[in-house]
Design a protein around this ligand. Structure first.
Ligand SMILES: [Zn+2]
Length: 438
């Protein structure tokens, strides 16, 4: 049993219960109890949190973990996807490279207070292995796309990999397999329909897809189907309560109604979208219709960091700019989206996302030592606008500490970084080659 005491506790339960000074007890992987004052003596020795904040571990519902290796590459080059990323992926992204990039990502997630991540990329079995070793909780999504992929040559091979992934993680306590059709334009109606059928046969495994992300995608749907891209996904049967749709930048009003009616979940990637010079996702409109929206990072090639703190300010500022006032997306909603609502986007709100007896012990300890955080009139404002990932002192998933006093206990940090830098040197050599022939 682990008992934490002398903590300020933010539960994020349905009543948004806050405990000014209290305790929380963890037994095995679950929360046994929590309350105000001193921990009950029957629980034995308690660890003094020194007044630090304990809150639920955060949920990042859209990520491409191995892309840490592309972080900051061709940062301001408009065609960098075709000029650098795709050629590098084709030439150099192997299963081993995926594992190296994912380990660096796992380290960053743990150090930033993210305890659950939904990923879509290639060689997801290797990403799952990293999540498993690091102790994180996650959804691993086999990407399916019509363009050349590093881990499958044909769509049949892609589905074979997906089947294998589902077999590998069946019954795993922390890792869930997932189908991840890349996007409507890069898969098409036929492949999306095949994914929907696969998902019908695999209940409980979520589906991840980029949706209504770009104007060319919107044009593709209009030109090929005379529909919106959201309607094409619906025609395929993919608008479903187990879908996590990333971005949703350009839906029509009737698309918003359709997404809500079908119970689709949305991952909001404000930094990634803003950096690409795209519009502002209609998050306020989606949430007003009852759609679950989680705050996500996207891949570190697009959003650079994998913690959620660096997402919060742009996430709410974009909504405020679009709404022309201070009101849209208040801080309390931002933190809800990063915890319990983010858990709901993955269909996991009954297990994680809040601190309640019986739920999984996924929690983080945030140091309140830094003067930058004080005074605290509003804890949600502090978390949204003033807290940094380096304020996270400890991270626990399923009752296991993954970091204590900033030291990661499940990943060798120095090695994870030096392995990644070694791969980056190979990437740099290839970049020089690309630039020389351009
Ligand atoms: Zn993405």
């Amino acid at each position: 049993m682990i008992v934490l005491t002398n903590a300020r506790i933010l539960t994020m339960d349905a009543g948004l219960t806050e405990i000014e000074n209290g305790w929380i007890a963890v037994e095995g992987s679950t929360i046994l109890g929590l309350g105000a004052g001193a921990a009950p003596a029957r629980y034995g020795a308690a660890q003094d949190m020194g007044g630090d904040l304990i809150m639920p571990g955060m949920v990042n519902p859209h990520c491409h973990m191995p892309m840490t290796l592309f972080r900051g590459l061709g940062e301001d080059v408009d065609d960098r996807l075709f000029r650098y990323i795709l050629p590098l992926e084709r030439a150099l992204v192997t299963a081993d490279v995926v594992e190296v990039g994912s380990r660096l990502a796992a380290l960053e997630l743990i150090r930033g207070g993210v305890t659950t991540v939904a990923d879509m990329y290639y060689f997801e079995d290797r990403i799952g292995a990293v999540l498993d070793q690091s102790g994180l909780r996650g959804v691993v999504g086999q990407t399916l796309a019509n363009f050349a992929a590093p881990d499958h040559a044909t769509m049949d091979e892609g589905f074979d990999r997906l089947d294998a992934l589902a077999d590998l993680y069946r019954g795993h306590p922390r890792i869930t397999a997932s189908a991840a059709p890349h996007a409507p334009y890069s898969t098409g109606l036929e492949v999306m329909t095949r994914v929907a059928n696969w998902s019908d046969a695999h209940p409980g495994l979520p589906v991840q897809m980029h949706l209504a992300e770009t104007q060319p995608e919107v044009a593709w749907a209009r030109d090929t189907h005379d529909m919106t891209t959201v309607e094409v996904a619906d025609r395929a049967g993919l608008l479903r309560p187990d879908l996590i749709a990333a971005h949703v930048m350009y839906p029509t009003d009737s698309d918003l109604d359709l997404l809500a009616e079908r119970g689709v979940n949305v991952a909001y990637n404000a930094r990634s979208n803003g950096k690409a010079g795209r519009g502002i996702a209609p998050i306020t409109g989606l949430r007003a219709r009852g759609v679950n929206v989680g705050i996500a990072t996207d891949g570190p090639m697009s959003g650079n960091t994998l913690d959620l703190f660096s997402q919060f300010a742009p996430a709410t500022m974009f909504q405020k700019i679009a709404g022309g006032s201070r009101k849209p997306l208040p801080c309390i909603d931002v933190i809800r989206m990063a915890t319990i609502e983010g858990a709901a986007t993955l269909g996991m709100a009954h297990r994680i996302g809040s601190l309640e007896p019986g739920k999984q012990a996924d929690l983080i300890r945030i140091s309140l030592d830094d003067p930058r955080l004080h005074p605290i009139y509003d804890i949600y404002s502090m978390l949204t606008f003033a807290t940094m990932p380096t304020d996270v002192r400890a991270t626990m998933v399923a009752g296991q500490w993954l970091m204590q006093d900033r030291l990661c206990t499940t990943i060798e940090g120095d090695k994870a970084l030096s392995d990644a830098l070694q791969v980056a040197r190979r990437f740099k050599a290839k970049i020089v080659e690309i630039d020389a022939t351009a």
